[in-house]
Ligand binder design. Structure first.
Ligand code: NAG
Ligand code: NAG
Ligand code: NAG
Length: 223
């Protein structure tokens, strides 16, 4: 009897592991998909609100670490061994909350893009809220790989301690393009289409897009 229940326990535990394993391995909790898609819907209007409503060549001053593109992700994956997807996702939130703040800061109260930018920030925070909720709090206290920690330290540095040479200028539209493309890459499970296996992390995915009409609203030359 004892033995039976032990083996039932073991079997149960084993099956439990089987069931849990895929959940742990999926890097994006399914609960994040709805707020991510809502954010994506807002981002689809970024050309109008983040480009046309601004003077030509308008740019925002950002930390150079706030220019976070697909190439940064692939470089980090090469450089840091066994880089956890969660770490990249945390970095994405850290980068883009700063980016959105900087864009909002340059917009006067009555600027026609002001409420759009505020909406983006709100939806971004909604995604972040679900992200934090859906992971045990300990994972956010885990030590970051050194390379990522260095970036993090720069991102959280006070502006007056940033050397002049470390600032970059980027257009609001290009910053939102970065946010959007890296979002598809890092939260692929929520965006993957069923028909074609899309490689959202591949830089060429977006280059190719420039020549097709279906992606014209999202991609433009000369970013
Ligand atoms: C993001 O939103 C746009 C516009 O709503 C939509 O066309 C596109 O398919 C969405 N992207 C993904 C990867 O789901
Ligand atoms: C915008 O930038 C481009 C490329 O740097 C330059 O050729 C163009 O003259 C600029 N336009 C304005 C209005 O400053
Ligand atoms: C991404 O790469 C650019 C160019 O190499 C660099 O300036 C920037 O700091 C990198 N961003 C991050 C977050 O590492």
């Amino acid at each position: 009897m004892v033995q039976l229940s032990t083996s039932v326990c073991l079997l149960g535990g084993f099956l439990g592991l089987l069931v849990i394993a895929p959940v742990l391995m999926a890097s994006t909790p399914a609960s994040m998909c709805t707020p991510l898609k809502t954010l994506n819907d807002s981002l689809s209007h970024r050309r109008r609100y983040m480009k046309h409503n601004f003077p030509i060549n308008y740019s925002v001053r950002v930390y150079h670490e706030e220019i976070f593109k697909l190439t940064n992700i692939s470089k980090l994956r090469l450089k840091v061994k066994e880089l956890d997807e969660l770490v990249l996702q945390r970095l994405w939130f850290q980068v883009n909350q700063g980016v959105l703040k900087k864009i909002i800061r340059v917009l006067p109260e009555r600027h026609p893009s002001r409420s759009y930018a505020a909406e983006l920030e709100r939806r971004f925070q909604d995604v972040e809220g679900v992200f934090i909720q859906s992971h045990p709090s300990e994972v956010f206290q885990e030590e970051l790989p050194e390379t990522v920690q260095d970036i993090w330290d720069q991102l959280t540095e006070e502006p007056d301690r940033i050397a002049d040479s470390s600032w970059r200028f980027a257009s609001p539209k290009s910053l939102m393009d970065n946010l959007c493309h890296t979002m598809y890459c890092l939260f692929t499970e929520c965006f993957a289409s069923t028909e074609a296996q899309q490689d959202y992390c591949g830089v060429s995915h977006w280059r190719k897009g420039r020549k097709t009409t279906s992606l014209q609203t999202e991609v433009e030359p000369g970013e």
